[in-house]
Design a protein around this ligand. Structure first.
Ligand code: ATP
Ligand code: MG
Length: 567
């Protein structure tokens, strides 16, 4: 492609509303154009990258035995009503009505539609296992669309769904997808971790996220410095810690703590450590009151608490409910005599004596012994911190951030049961199919690649996804010799199957070099003054130095560089 004909526009300034590098560079390189908040066009250069990512995904999904199809984005409400998600999606779902006032939505994800389709087409154990996928546009009315295509309202997702006879079958499909995902992310040149997104109280590992390491990411992750354990901070397992011996047999005793409600206030007032205290926090889980207890230096992990309780909503109890339940003002709730279910963190069980709220305004209770003075259910419900050891091997943990680019999930029979997706076994008995679902955000992945592959001058595309592999830059297009040599190299590369640009614009060399760097073309061949002596310059985007080459070697060297590129 000649750049005089290419539909593109680069920008020197950093757009003020773009906070993260990938968003800035995608706008500056003219890869995307904002249409509305969280809605973007992909311009020719950007679209080439998107298609390359899709092609890699497609190759690996096909190689793993998955079959591609395409489903509509405009979907009738009935499908989501059947699974109960028409309501559950809430405001995140884009909804609309047709001319007859029938409800429709723009599909946010397609579990229901795949389940219906397989229900209608596959009836027998002979039809299984089955993995289907599509690469298709999804719509989610995100509360906060931001970071460009990283969290947008219209985006391309590869979503795959597996259907198996039983859990063992699902394991096989899940492992096949896991392997395909690793190959995909490797080929995309990404440095990523696969984190447990479903551990602890739920048991088993039913869900993992492919997280691209990046400070721009929204996921907080912990990684073991020794054994490779990795999890989201939300799901990372905390261990109970050593169980301390009871230090004395003292009975609970009221201590006046006027106006001391918070942990900081109580420790300051009593002159104790925050680890001597336990917080008791009242929640409403699906509307019912429950209490959660963690040590004074810890925080409740609401995601873990929700999964332990198996509830679908969890909110802190309001002031009025707290007063009704505890008989005291907010700040003095405690477990002794509390008339609600108490879920206490594992560490509480191991604490011999605690200072807790007294359920009496202005008072705390000391010498409170779990098991003796109150009963609770013990579970891992706290947020992991830097002082926690690796739950697998006990070594130190490291905290970081990442971008969730892919997600694999064992759904089990959630959808097949509610939607009647049944197969008949050898004896003619019906069973719900056991399902898995597997997503990759294609545009988000593109942004993630840029987060990991850039420098101060712009994007540095891995060869596997670069919009063009090479650019030929005649330094002065008005110089006939230069123009001719550049044109020859360009034609030769084209005929040898290289995706190549010719920067035939009548611009200063500096402008052309800057654009090539900003757009991130991996190989640049400069045809300048020495062309007359039969020499051109060869430069890789990720290296500082250029080297001189005889003109007649240029095409071979370019081809060799493409062949030997790592990704
Ligand atoms: P998040 O926690 O970031 O909202 P999610 O859990 O809602 O993600 P899934 O429903 O698992 O995401 O979707 C599968 C993949 O689709 C994600 O791993 C991500 O790569 C991509 N994705 C999800 N939401 C968006 C979005 N708003 N914009 C771009 N990509 C998205
Ligand atoms: Mg989401």
């Amino acid at each position: 492609m000649k750049m005089t004909q290419l539909f593109f526009k680069t920008m020197r300034e950093t757009p003020s509303d773009a906070e993260i590098i990938s968003h800035q560079l995608m706008l500056r390189a003219g890869l995307i154009r904002k249409q509305a908040a969280g809605i973007y066009s992909f311009m020719p250069l950007g679209y080439r990258v998107l298609k390359k990512i899709e092609a890699i995904i497609r190759e690996e999904m096909d190689a793993a035995g998955a079959q591609e199809l395409i489903m509509p984005s405009l979907l009738p409400a009935e499908s989501y009503r059947e699974s109960g998600r028409w309501d559950a999606f809430g405001d995140e779902m884009f909804r609309l009505k047709d001319r007859n006032q029938r409800d429709f939505c723009l599909g946010p994800t397609h579990e229901e539609i795949f389940t219906e389709t397989v229900r209608d087409y596959a009836r027998s154990y002979r039809d299984l296992p089955l993995i289907l996928y599509q690469i298709q546009t999804k719509y989610r009315d995100e509360i906060r669309p931001r970071f460009g295509v990283m969290r947008s309202r219209e985006f391309v997702m590869k979503d795959a769904y597996s259907f198996d006879r039983d859990d063992d079958g699902l394991d096989v499909s899940y492992r096949a997808m896991d392997k395909a995902y690793r190959r995909i992310f490797d080929r995309l040149g990404l440095d990523y971790v696969v984190i447990d997104a479903d551990t602890g109280t739920m048991g088993g590992s039913g869900s993992q996220e492919f997280t691209v390491k990046s400070e721009a990411g929204e996921s907080e992750i912990v990684q073991c410095t020794e054994c490779g354990y990795a999890a989201s901070v939300e799901k990372a397992q905390c261990v109970a810690g050593a169980k301390a011996e009871a230090v004395d047999s003292m009975q609970p005793e009221y201590v006046a703590t006027p106006n001391a409600r918070t942990i900081a206030e109580v420790t300051a007032f009593l002159g104790c450590r925050d680890t001597d205290l336990a917080k008791t926090i009242l929640y409403k889980a699906d509307g019912k009151p429950v209490a959660a207890m963690v040590r004074g230096d810890r925080e409740v992990n609401e995601a873990k608490l929700m999964s332990y309780l198996g509830c679908s909503s969890l909110e802190m109890a309001d002031e009025e409910s707290v007063t009704t339940i505890t008989g005291a003002e907010v700040g003095f709730a405690g477990p002794v005599g509390l008339p609600v279910r108490i879920i206490a963190d594992l560490e509480i069980e191991g604490s011999p004596r605690l200072i807790v709220g007294a359920n009496r305004t202005g008072f705390h209770l000391k010498h409170v012994a779990p098991g003796r003075d109150f009963n609770a259910e013990y579970a891992d419900i706290r947020i992991i911190t830097g002082t926690d050891p690796c739950p697998r091997c006990g070594a130190a943990l490291e905290f970081g951030r990442g971008i969730e680019a892919g997600h694999i999930f064992k759904l089990g029979t959630k959808y097949s049961e509610s939607m009647g997706c049944i197969y008949l076994d050898e004896t003619g008995t019906g069973h719900p199919m056991v399902m898995g679902c597997y997503g990759i955000g294609v545009n988000r992945t593109m942004a993630a690649i840029i987060e990991q592959h850039h420098d101060e001058n712009g994007i540095i595309w891995p060869m596997s996804v670069a919009p063009y592999q090479a650019v030929i830059v005649p330094v002065n297009v008005l110089d006939e010799k230069q123009a001719e040599i550049a044109d020859n190299i360009y034609s030769e590369l084209q005929s040898r199957g290289v995706e190549v640009l010719l920067d035939d614009r009548n611009e200063r060399a500096g402008v052309k070099f800057k654009d090539a760097d900003l757009i991130g073309i991996p190989i640049r061949v400069n045809v300048g003054r020495k062309a007359a002596e039969g020499l051109v310059e060869f430069k890789l985007r990720h290296e500082d130095k250029a080297r001189e080459l005889p003109v007649d070697m240029a095409a071979d060297v370019v081809l060799e560089a493409i062949k030997t590129a790592r990704t």
